[in-house]
Unconditional design. Sequence first.
Length: 563
Amino acid sequence: MHIKQREINKEVHQACINEGYPGIVSRIIAGRTDEFNKNIFNPSFDCVEPAKDMAGSTKASQRIIDAIQTNQNILLFTDYDVDGCASMAILYGALHDVFGVKKSNIQALTGHRTQDGYGLTDTIAGKIEKLHPDLVITADAGISDGSRIERLAKAGIDVIVTDHHLLPVEGVPTAAWAVVNPQRQDCQYDNNIAGCGVAWLLMTVVAQELDCSMDQKRVLHRFLDYVALGTVADLVSLASPINRYFVKQGLVFMNEQTRECWRVALNGQKANVGFLGFQLGPRINAGSRMTGEANAAIDFLVSKNVDKISAAYQQLDHCNYNRRKIEKRMFDTAKQQINKKDHIFIDYNESYDPGVQGIVAGRLAETFGIPAIMLADIGDDLVAGSGRSGQFLYIRDALQSFDDNYPGILVSFGGHRAAAGLKIHKKNIEILQKGLNDNVNIQLADQDTTPYIKTDGSLKGHLNSATYYQIEALNPFGIGFPSPTFSDIMTATNIRVVGKNPVHLSMKLDGIKAIQFYALDNPGDPLRINSNDKLEVVYTLNMDEWQGRKSLQLIIKRISIKS
Ligand SMILES: [Mn+2]
């Protein structure tokens, strides 16, 4: 494992220094963005560009207002993942709680994760035709579903698409009444926003055009808790000032617990980015991963009945428990098959579950440092694959060149640099394994593919509480704006094994308290480091509180003897 220092944008660095920010803060910012923007430091509502600047939003809001004022039936269609469920909560809440649309005039529809698949598919279009609303509003989906939208339009159903996914080659769906998507070529709006953020922004345009009261606008503003959840879970960039504001403000609302669902989920904890990304997000996703349906997730988010919310949360928690078990079993089965000489790992097993294949592919890529695609049966002799790239491969490009070389083998595929999905017939798995491996070998041939870890460099001379608080003030950290890590050569003393399950290492590094969680695989394993060793350490800063006294602590991410 190499340690690389994050590259610094010199202009951003200088701009930060000129503004009077400390050196460490300037270095952290300049390692995360190529554009100086004061709003990164303290994101406020002022940094949210006016939502009506999003192309299509005025046309969309006029149609929604028409539907509201003439009691039309509105169907909300969203994706089944966290971003989609958060979008549903926002659209439903805005229409009912803020704009006063009767519940009987709103229908909520999400697809079945495996039976319908992603997007406004043919089966979904069929369901919508049967329900025959006057207006459909999509969120986090729809941009690639032009032909189904045309079908609905022909049946007399108007469709407003709101989405944040990349446009298909043929462009926006022309049969849609309006398309709100910051990825539109003619849209100047920040295109880092998640689907739920786009939906929320559109609702603010509606509120503006309806001349809503301050109270109504306040209720709408409080839906930023849902936006924060979807934004973090959808892994969009927190280097975007708008996303930073959404997440920061949404977490404040969540911690005020005015919505019952947060009280249930938090159960005494404090909401932060980690809670959304690693605890709540996976639970909300687990519902549809395990049952196909997003109902429990949406009940949990939208309901105002405490019993219903608790029951839904318990169901999600149970699904998440099962998801973890299945994931572990798949991971353990798959890792036996890995051949480290291969540049990509493609594995199929009849026992694999299409609901968790993406997560397992991600864990394999991370653990073994090679791209992985996990294939699972989805019926009709079809197999679905979910792939993750690791640090070096552009996985969608790899699938594209496979498709060029072996036309017709992939039934469908899509994705981006880091993650991709595909469908093939079961009989073609071997062709995929052989062909894709050859392609990837070519793509990666001249590259150094030794895994590396990126840090913000040395903190020598700045290892004190003041530095910790300067860094803390830069929250939220997450995707695109990673939590700062540092690397230094340090000397260890007072090394001790600690914990109820004694696998953690406590020590002092250059005299400062430090801890490495799960340093040992099993209690009693021999230590790999000794007192007074010169060590290369990758670490983050933490403030430890013990009996009311606070002291700086280093959390060790990686430690090795300096050779
Ligand atoms: Mn999304």
